[in-house]
Design a binder for this molecule. Structure first.
Ligand SMILES: [Zn+2]
Length: 246
C-alpha cells in the first residue's frame, strides 16, 4: 500500500531545499507526497513587487512539485507575517486529516527566521490536534507515524543529525528541483539573467551539503534529518547483540 510524505515549509522553496531529495527518494519508491508552503516567500525579490513575484513563486512550486512527483499546496499568509494562532493551526490540522501523511517533515524551531519558528510551532500543535479524536472537525483524526526536521541552513540552532538518508540515486533530480526556483541560483548572476535574487549561495550550499552528509553517512550523497526529541527512546529487554540465544 502506498503511504504519503508531507513537507511543510515556511516559504516557497524551503520545503524543496531541505526535503526535495527525501521526497524524491520516497515518491520513486511508490509513495505519494504533499508539499505545503505556509507563505509564497513573495517578499524576497530585490526588484519585483511582491504581488508579481508571488505569481512567479506559484509557477516555481508547481514545477518543483511536478519534478518531485508530488502535489503543492500554499496557504494565503504573507511572507514575514505568518501568524501563530489556532486558526492557522486548525487549518494545518485539517490538511493533515485530509492528506493523511505517514511521515511529516518541517522546520526545526532553532531558526534565525521568524516564519520558520512560527511554522515549527504551528505544525507541532497541528499534528497534536489532527491526532486527537476528541477534537471534532469535518474529517476524522489522523496520527502521523513520524515527524522529522530536515537540515536547513537557517534552522541550525540546536539542530543535530540523527538520521543519514541515502539519496545518491535521486541527487541529480534534486538539483533540478533546486534549479526550478530562481532564488536558489548563484547570486553572481547579472541583472536581467535568472539568479541574483538572494545573496546566499543556496544551490552551492545544498549541493555541497549532500556530499558532506554523504561522507559522514557512508553514501555518495546523503541528507541528514533530526528526529523529534525523545524519539530515540527504545524499550528493550536486552541490549542489542546480547539477547539470549544470540
Ligand atoms: Zn524560509
Amino acid at each position: 500500500m502506498s503511504e504519503r510524505i508531507m513537507v511543510i515549509g515556511a516559504h516557497a522553496g524551503d520545503a524543496e531545499n531541505m526535503a526535495a531529495a527525501t521526497v524524491l527518494k520516497h515518491t520513486r519508491a511508490g509513495h505519494a507526497a504533499t508539499i505545503v508552503h505556509m507563505t509564497l516567500g513573495e517578499a524576497g525579490h530585490p526588484t519585483l513587487a511582491p504581488q508579481v513575484y508571488a505569481e512567479q513563486r506559484k509557477k516555481e512550486v508547481e514545477e518543483s512539485a511536478r519534478l518531485m512527483g508530488g502535489q503543492a499546496i500554499w496557504l494565503p499568509y504573507r511572507d514575514g507575517e505568518l501568524p501563530v494562532n489556532d486558526e492557522v493551526k486548525f487549518q494545518v490540522c485539517d490538511l493533515i486529516r485530509q492528506e493523511k501523511p505517514t511521515i511529516i517533515l518541517t522546520h526545526w524551531k532553532g531558526s534565525i527566521h521568524k516564519d520558520h519558528v512560527a511554522t515549527h510551532e504551528i505544525v507541532r500543535d497541528a499534528i497534536f490536534y489532527a491526532a486527537l479524536p476528541a477534537i471534532k472537525r469535518d474529517l476524522p483524526a489522523h496520527r502521523a507515524r513520524g515527524v522529522y526536521f530536515p537540515e536547513n541552513w537557517e534552522d541550525m540552532d540546536g539542530w543535530r543529525a540523527d538520521v543519514y538518508l541515502d539519496v545518491s540515486d535521486v541527487w541529480e533530480d534534486y538539483l533540478n528541483v533546486l534549479r526550478s526556483h530562481e532564488f536558489t541560483l548563484a547570486p553572481r548572476a547579472s541583472a536581467g539573467v535568472r539568479g541574483g535574487v538572494s545573496s546566499f549561495r543556496y544551490f552551492d550550499y545544498y549541493n555541497a551539503l549532500g556530499t558532506t552528509r554523504g561522507c559522514l553517512g557512508g553514501f555518495t550523497k546523503a541528507v541528514a534529518l533530526m528526529m523529534q526529541p525523545g524519539a530515540w527512546v527504545r524499550k528493550l529487554e536486552y541490549l542489542p547483540g546480547l539477547e539470549p540465544g544470540v
